[in-house]
Ligand binder design. Structure first.
Ligand code: CO
Length: 209
């Protein structure tokens, strides 16, 4: 059996496994979703959202793109966040980056990557914002890891810039989290970003709601 055919074989096995523990599993799943989490992660095939969180279908609303970016003119990401916050009323928004991210690595190199340039430019902008801190790190692997973390932090700030999120902050409990997944160990790391402190410094500029 080749890898493509095996997918459908796996699907049948998965259905059987779910029904064995709960014969109504899919009927219940079809009734709707009430996820508490919005996860924004990288498209990297090694960084699957549900697996690394131990989550089941229905628990996490997911958006993935190259290098887990939150860009204000990206209609796709903006639609996902607005729907998750305004309609699904998620309680947690997670931006999850990962060490060894190819998108972040590409943005650290002087290479013309065509259509990817404008996308990766946003990561270069993060580098520029934290240039002093990053350039002070002499080990290039450590610098790369740190840019992964700072990129997560900046994308979390981009989440907070959105009207839907600011509105939700005012009206109910909602928290933004910055995580990094370490592919080498499988560990999920909470960057424990101090958002109240960051917000105090930037909300005079970004408040729109
Ligand atoms: Co990546």
């Amino acid at each position: 059996m080749d890898k493509f055919e095996k997918i459908f074989y796996n699907n049948e096995a998965w259905i059987a496994e779910k029904l064995q523990t709960n014969p109504q599993y899919f009927e219940q799943l079809a009734q709707g979703q009430e996820p508490e989490f919005l996860y924004i992660g990288c498209s990297d095939s090694r960084v699957t959202a549900e697996d690394l969180m131990g989550a089941q279908p229905g628990e996490v609303f997911i958006h993935r793109n190259i290098a887990n970016m939150v860009i204000s003119i990206d209609l796709n990401a903006m639609s996902v966040i607005n729907y998750a916050v305004r309609h699904l009323k998620v309680k947690h928004i997670i931006v999850c980056g990962h060490y060894g991210c190819g998108g972040v690595k590409a943005a650290m190199q002087p290479a013309d990557l065509g259509i990817l340039n404008p996308w990766l430019r946003n990561i270069r902008d993060v580098y520029r914002t934290y240039k002093d801190e990053l350039n002070a790190i002499t080990n290039k692997h450590d610098r790369y890891d740190r840019l992964v973390e700072l990129n997560v932090q900046e994308q979390c700030i981009n989440v907070i810039k959105l009207a839907a999120v600011q509105e939700a902050y005012r009206d109910r409990e909602i928290t933004v989290h910055g995580w990094v997944f370490d592919i080498k160990t499988g560990k999920l790391i909470d960057l424990k970003i101090d958002f109240p402190k960051i917000l105090a410094g930037i909300m005079e500029i970004y408040r729109i709601s």
